[in-house]
Design a protein around this ligand. Structure first.
Ligand code: FCB
Length: 466
């Protein structure tokens, strides 16, 4: 097999111009969403309060004081969302299950009315020939569990495994592919280390403790799902970034390697190889509270690895970073590529390089691209059309890079654009629009953007003219 060294750009782009890029037979074309970002109905039908409800209802946390109380109102608009997916010829839909809809307080029996919402969604997807592709946890922890310490408490791992049992027992007859977590690295870092996401804590030791509990929870949930139904395929959607040295020095190169271990492997390696990456100059931090038997409990031989990727990271050697990694990343990407409205650099090779690095370091696992996309605020013109041409360019670039990685030997089974429609973008509120569909947040009305039509043709043709 031919693996390219990370960092190499592969076939020159020009040589591919006007070539027809065809993806493997049966490749899944999808979009991704998350419960809190789209559902609304935050206190309906017995749903419990989540840490995101509490966080957004706390003044000063979110831009303009916006909340996901209504969001895209997807809780009441399954048919509208399905119509968008059909219009885009999608064959896969990644969504998440809101834990507090199933267990309002994070423990106890499952709420049937909450499960019913997801049953209706899943059945509608199956009727439309679209693969339901759920994530058990996309950040909306029941507030009652946060009140008892949240992800820093080992008991939360046991609660999560119980929740996994309940959900899979109820829905495992109609869903074959599952994800456990969405971006464990981001929700722990942003929620417990930096504090700009729920629950808003800022403490290095709590962050490290949370990462370890999440790794334990991941192993436990994996086994819970397999105990319920051994035939189901289970993965997780990891946040990843190409970790590149900011300068030419050896120190920066070493720092970038350590940061790769933190950004891309801190949760993957425990699952697949039963160890933490050896990246802390002072050895494994005590704050992890690693106990006898934990390494075994973290193991989860996943059926596939999900990759969420938006950009690269430029890394410098440093000795005053929060974590004690002696490495620091400045912003999302560098400043050579185009910059999206969120300030993230467009850098398609990041996807190529990360996909090949994981392919070669983890013995060619089955991969799914579980998120990739960009924020541009292009709004409806006088004729009602949304000409978001920069978004089309973005997807062209990243899909071409992904295709190169597949040609070089990566086993990629699907691609999910973030996101089906504009939605509640966490601390940014509704300002950052990542959707293939425009949403009027006053009326809930949805209009497919030009990028959505373009993506629909890619899905229909299983490829495009590059
Ligand atoms: C990812 C999240 C997703 C969305 C995109 C823009 O980190 O998984 O919910 O916010 O970023």
């Amino acid at each position: 097999m031919l693996f390219q060294a990370p960092g190499s750009t592969g076939t020159p782009r020009r040589a591919l111009r006007m070539a027809r890029l065809v993806f493997p037979t049966g490749f899944h074309w999808g979009t991704a969403t998350a419960s809190y970002q789209i559902e609304g109905a935050w206190n309906e039908d017995g749903k419990g309060e989540s840490i995101w409800d509490r966080f957004t209802h706390t003044p000063g946390r979110i831009k303009k004081g916006q909340t996901g109380d209504v969001a895209c109102d997807s809780y009441h608009r399954i048919e509208d969302d399905l119509a968008l997916m059909r219009a885009m010829n999608l064959t896969s839909y990644r969504f998440s299950i809101g834990w507090p809809r199933i267990q309002p307080l994070g423990e106890g029996p499952a709420l049937e009315i909450g499960l019913d919402y997801y049953r209706r969604l899943i059945d509608a997807l199956l009727d439309a020939g679209i693969r339901p592709f759920p994530t058990l946890y996309h950040w909306d922890l029941p507030q009652a569990l946060e009140d008892r310490g949240g992800w820093t408490q080992r008991d939360t791992a046991a609660r999560f495994a119980e929740y996994a049992h309940l959900v899979v027992r109820a829905l495992g007859d109609r869903v074959e592919d599952w994800m456990i977590f969405n971006e464990p690295g981001i929700f722990t870092t942003m929620g417990y280390g930096i504090g700009i996401h729920a629950p808003g804590r800022r403490d290095r030791d709590e962050l490290l403790a949370a990462t370890h509990v999440v790794n334990l929870a991941h192993g436990e949930a994996f086994r819970a799902i397999k105990e319920e139904r051994g035939e189901l395929r289970v993965g997780t959607a990891y946040s990843m970034q190409a970790s590149e040295p900011a300068g030419d020095s050896e120190a920066d190169a070493d720092a970038a390697e350590r940061m790769h271990g933190w950004l891309n492997e801190w949760f993957l390696k425990p699952a697949l190889q039963g160890t933490y990456p050896d990246i802390f100059p002072g050895g494994l931090p005590e704050a992890l509270d690693l106990r006898e038997g934990d390494l075994e409990r973290m193991r989860a031989p996943l059926d596939f690895v999900g990759i969420n990727l938006y950009s690269r990271g430029l890394i410098r050697a440093a000795n005053d970073d929060l974590l004690g990694l002696d490495a620091q990343m400045t912003g999302m990407g560098g400043r050579e590529g185009p910059i999206t409205d969120f300030g993230w650099e467009v850098w398609p090779d990041a996807l190529h390089d990360v996909v090949l690095r994981i392919t070669s370091d983890y013995d060619r696992p089955v991969l799914e691209i579980t998120e990739n996309g960009c924020s541009y605020a292009d709004s409806p013109g006088a004729d009602g059309k949304i000409r978001d041409l920069r978004r089309i360019e973005f997807f062209r670039g990243y899909l071409e890079a992904l295709h190169r990685a597949i040609e070089a030997g990566a086993d990629v089974r699907g691609y999910h654009a973030w996101t089906l429609m504009d939605n509640f973008e966490w601390a940014e509120g509704f300002e950052q629009r990542f959707g293939l569909t425009w949403v009027d947040f006053d009326t809930g009305e949805r209009t497919v953007k030009e990028s959505g039509h373009w993506y629909g043709s890619v899905a229909a043709n299983n490829g495009f003219e590059a």
